[in-house]
Design a protein around this ligand. Sequence first.
Ligand code: AMP
Length: 427
Amino acid sequence: MNVLVLNAGSSSLKFQLIATDPAAITADKDVRLCRGQINRLGGEVVIEVLMRDGLRKKFAASTRDMQASLEHLMQWIASDASGIGEIRALSDVNAVGHRVVHGGELFGESKLITDEVLKGIEDCIELAPLHNPNNIKGILAARQVFGPKLPQVAVFDTSFHHSIPEHAYLYAIPYHLYRRHRIRRYGFHGTSHRYVSERYRRLRGISREQTNVITMHLGNGCSAAAIRGGECIDTSMGMTPLEGLVMGTRSGDLDPAIVGLIATKESLSPSETEALLNTQSGLLGISGLSNDMRVLQEELEGHDDRRVRLAIEVFCYRARKYVGAFLAAMGGSDAVVFTGGIGENSADVRARICTGLEWAGLKVDEKRNQQTVGSEGQISTDDSSLHAFVIPTDEELLIARDTVRCVLGEPHFSRSESPSTADGKRL
Ligand code: AMP
């Protein structure tokens, strides 16, 4: 099956075209035909495509909205100009898989999109007002471009966290606020946490029940997940993706009283204060320089700037503290798995997080750590009792595989799958 994976945002539409089916999934033989993104939606769009041979193509289109731009992209993909032999017409696309940010309490697994499912995604808009409306736009655009008969599947960022027990997802605020406004921890990055935990399981040759890991997704957004017996039992992100670890521009955890204090002292409205915590905080806020870890590390090496050092230290300390908390929550873990742009590429950040976890049995193998950059592997010593691994995430592959399984009506696809190889880099 040729599956088009879509991730619709406010000004961009990311896509990947993946050829996969049950046999390919079992044999890890999924083929990535192309990937890329449509940028500057709302203005005249620019389409960037990375072909499977590594060639990059970039072209402008005179379309502005998502539907027309997707149509333009698909026409190009189906034309001789693209050179993608598998897609000669729109009908060569067999299904579309969508990343949907919030499934609330409604969706504990990926779903074939029906009008009822679409209504459920709409019901979750108040939980993710910035994301779900764009995801819905992507679904409707694909419906227009491919016709209503083409199967479409929603894969939710929140689904993997559905197994979190009540005592871990409830906030200690009046219970009626949970009932009335659904205020609770939902967690995000679920597709990534699920992918790397299942890949870890495959690497170690163990069953789902034997999978006890802490997964650390460290990218622009950062979150940790405690996975016991293959199921997520806690995660660092909460009602929104603002809680938890320090991120590029997000504060992560803070004393809730600070919110009102900032609003009063700085004469900001509640939404302006929330925006400050989302867009001007984290690594950027502390360093005053950048939200980009690579830039900060280069600056640290070059000039040893005090605030840059502090930003990295706060980032790594918070991450280590969560590992410790989750070790306690899980009653011990077999491994810490790093993923995301920072987790996959920064040996220095990984070493800083793991240093101080020797008491828990984690000893980093310096050479392995330095050598594992953008690739998969163990970075702990063989005699560690708590191991550390790097596993590049591949959310699109998981979405494509879930799409295939939903379309074929295979049961239990969301929790029993063992996806594997990530053969490429994110664009
Ligand atoms: P993501 O959101 O997963 O794409 O991750 C983006 C983050 O990864 C940014 O903070 C980048 O600076 C960081 N990153 C990517 N490559 C490196 C690297 N080689 N060293 C340190 N940070 C990196």
